[in-house]
Design a binder for this molecule. Sequence first.
Ligand SMILES: Cc1cc2nc3c(=O)[nH]c(=O)nc-3n(C[C@H](O)[C@H](O)[C@H](O)COP(=O)(O)O)c2cc1C
Length: 263
Amino acid sequence: MQAHVVLAHPETRSFNGLLADTTRSTLAAAGWDVTTTDLQASDFDPRESADHYADRADPDRFHAQTEQRHHADRGTTPPEVAAEVDRLLAADLLVVHFPLWWFGMPAILKGWMDRVFVYGQVYTSTKRYDAGVCSGRRMLTCVTTGASADSCAHDGREGDTRMLLWPVLFPFRYVGFEVLMPEVLHGIGGVDFLEGDVDGTSVVDRYADHWADQLTRLDDRPTVPFNRDADFGDDKRLVAGAQVHSPFVAHEPQLPWAADAHT
Ligand SMILES: Cc1cc2nc3c(=O)[nH]c(=O)nc-3n(C[C@H](O)[C@H](O)[C@H](O)COP(=O)(O)O)c2cc1C
């Protein structure tokens, strides 16, 4: 069993860095072969751009998907991306660690996705969703927020974190992953917090123990439900009667201020 761990954080001794260590050691102890990419430490360039490609399909005008497919077909994908695609496609389980930054993922993780989900290799118009290249593989995110659980609740001041995570998780579904229910840890913050303890047990150890326990029970973890391909008609819209799993894909408009945008 092969697992790949991706860490998106500028500090290895951060809460996220420490949890990524826990992931590696826990999975290894359970018999997994584990690869890791620390995006910041490896100086991963999150900017998809012409600079990464020599001998372009179109030297005059850079079009990302055209160049991604062109270079994937020729085996000339930029080496740091090709190595990451190899790890991704070798993995039965992908674990992604990141802090919530401005209500989404850090830019370096978004850039990892922009570059590593290579058009023509990791997805095509016929290999996506149910037929995705990563079908049969599982992915799990562990996300931290500085804000409290109450602030991140469905009626909280910062908006529902689970809603914010839908657009983060959906690309993984798009390329075929079975997306496990994310682990969201709230109220994480600062060096003082990291160095704190409760009843003689360090805060970090308490979270690490909790997280390690989650990792040993992956088979019991529910998946995030997404609509299957058969739920959509030829017009790519939800068919009548199809089950609704989120406000992002629903029979009725969910935003009162945009209710007539697609009628
Ligand atoms: C640029 C930046 C943006 C942030 N945006 C959010 C946010 O939108 N919501 C939130 O709850 N916390 C936010 N935070 C706080 C981080 O989520 C929090 O510090 C982190 O989860 C703690 O984990 P760490 O010790 O691994 O960094 C932000 C922090 C930074 C540096």
